[in-house]
Design a protein around this ligand. Structure first.
Ligand code: HEC
Ligand code: HEC
Ligand code: HEC
Length: 302
């Protein structure tokens, strides 16, 4: 109890900039190492809306309180597995990673100065639902789904008007089942997703944001990979023939995906076990093979 006034004084003096003084300073270099091991696969590419390192716009509206963020990571969210997919049982380690992540976001962009404009709050709701219900096709163009953020896929559809697009979702269209396969009752919720999808190509700020650009780049790569995959790789990887790790089978990929993507790509190019060079395809470019591997990995995402 004797100590209380002192630490209270410190907190009062330092809280706005430093916070939690009682604890040891966090090890940012440990945080960086752990980040590159466990978090970069989503947080490096804005996958499913993961806020990226150093991108202040991605952190808009999120808490800057390390402890709040750590507890959110421990609990996980719709597209982040609990503990960010790590087995770490030390919240100290997660604190080091989160502190490292926050250290890359420019200081002046504090929560107070980046309160999101009203528009983004509405779009954020649509985006959240999109990331739960619709991304599996609209991120990669599966079955000809228009890719979110990619204008050529949306130009003609937008001309139908927003109401007609919402109606397509409710009734289903082509290869898209009614309600896009989602089980929501409220039409307004689907309308909010369509708002987000339309804004992703039409709203200049959102469409030109680095986050959207990164997402579209990744989507285009994966959709290209999907197309190439369906020419050659499917013959073994759809069924698991010859012991090939099967598409969408998390267990089959669990150990393999711990290798970094470049190693997987190298194995696909050089051949591996029962798989011949380049998986038997005539493809020449490393980027082409990489896009196929990216697509394959995207089917075993959490
Ligand atoms: C499978 C992808 C994935 C992995 C792996 C992942 N994250 Fe995330 N993370 C996300 C997504 C998606 C969000 C955004 C979730 C949202 O807005 O609801 C997010 C959000 C966050 C946030 C912000 C939380 C908030 O309350 O705003 C932090 C901090 C974070 N992640 C840290 C980590 C750390 C640390 C790791 C590694 C140990 C990690 N993440 C690994 C996908 C991932
Ligand atoms: C199983 C894959 C799949 C899922 C999941 C999916 N879609 Fe689609 N979506 C498609 C395909 C394929 C098309 C193109 C249909 C066509 O024009 O033939 C499409 C088209 C659309 C269109 C354009 C409709 C039009 O009239 O041109 C909208 C808007 C849309 N989807 C919204 C959504 C929303 C919102 C969700 C989530 C609730 C969703 N989709 C989930 C596959 C999917
Ligand atoms: C003739 C069947 C066959 C075809 C076609 C094929 N694969 Fe494979 N693939 C396999 C088998 C079998 C394995 C497992 C090899 C092992 O670990 O012994 C494998 C493993 C892999 C792995 C994991 C490598 C690792 O390090 O664990 C990747 C990545 C891969 N294939 C990508 C591809 C791509 C991309 C294509 C298309 C260009 C393709 N494969 C076509 C049979 C095939």
């Amino acid at each position: 109890m004797k100590k209380l006034p002192v630490s209270l004084l410190f907190s009062l003096l330092l809280y706005p900039t430093v916070g939690h003084l009682e604890e040891k300073p966090v090890d940012l270099s440990l945080g960086k190492t752990l980040f590159n091991q466990s978090c970069v696969k989503c947080h490096g590419t804005a996958k499913k809306g993961a806020p990226r390192l150093g991108a202040s716009e991605d952190w808009m509206g999120r808490s800057r309180d390390v402890d709040v963020l750590v507890s959110n990571v421990i609990n996980g969210s719709s597209h982040m597995p609990p503990k960010g997919g790590t087995r770490s049982d030390s919240s100290g380690k997660l604190k080091a990673v989160v502190s490292y992540m926050l250290s890359t976001v420019p200081k002046q962009e504090t929560a107070a100065t980046t309160a999101p404009p009203e528009k983004y709050k509405t779009l954020a709701e649509g985006k959240k639902l999109y990331n739960q219900l619709c991304y599996s096709c609209h991120d990669n163009g599966e079955n000809g789904a228009p890719i979110v953020g990619y204008m050529p896929d949306w130009e003609n559809r937008i001309k139908l008007g927003k109401e007609a697009l919402v109606q397509s979702v409710i009734e289903g269209k082509g290869m898209m089942m009614p309600k896009g396969g989602g089980g929501l009752e409220s039409r307004a919720k689907y309308a909010s997703i369509v708002d987000y999808m339309v804004a992703a190509v039409q709203d200049k700020e959102l469409a030109n944001s680095p986050e959207m650009k990164a997402q579209v780049k990744r989507s285009k790569e994966i959709s290209n990979g999907l197309r190439l995959y369906n020419q050659v790789c499917f013959s073994c990887h759809n069924t698991g023939k010859h012991g090939a790790p099967q598409l969408g089978n998390k267990k089959a990929w669990e150990a393999r995906r711990k290798q970094d993507i470049d190693t997987l790509v190298k194995h696909a190019i050089d051949g591996h076990g029962m798989m011949g060079e380049k998986g038997g395809s005539a493809i020449k470019s490393v980027e082409g093979v990489k896009s196929m591997v990216m697509y394959m990995l995207s089917t075993v995402d959490d």
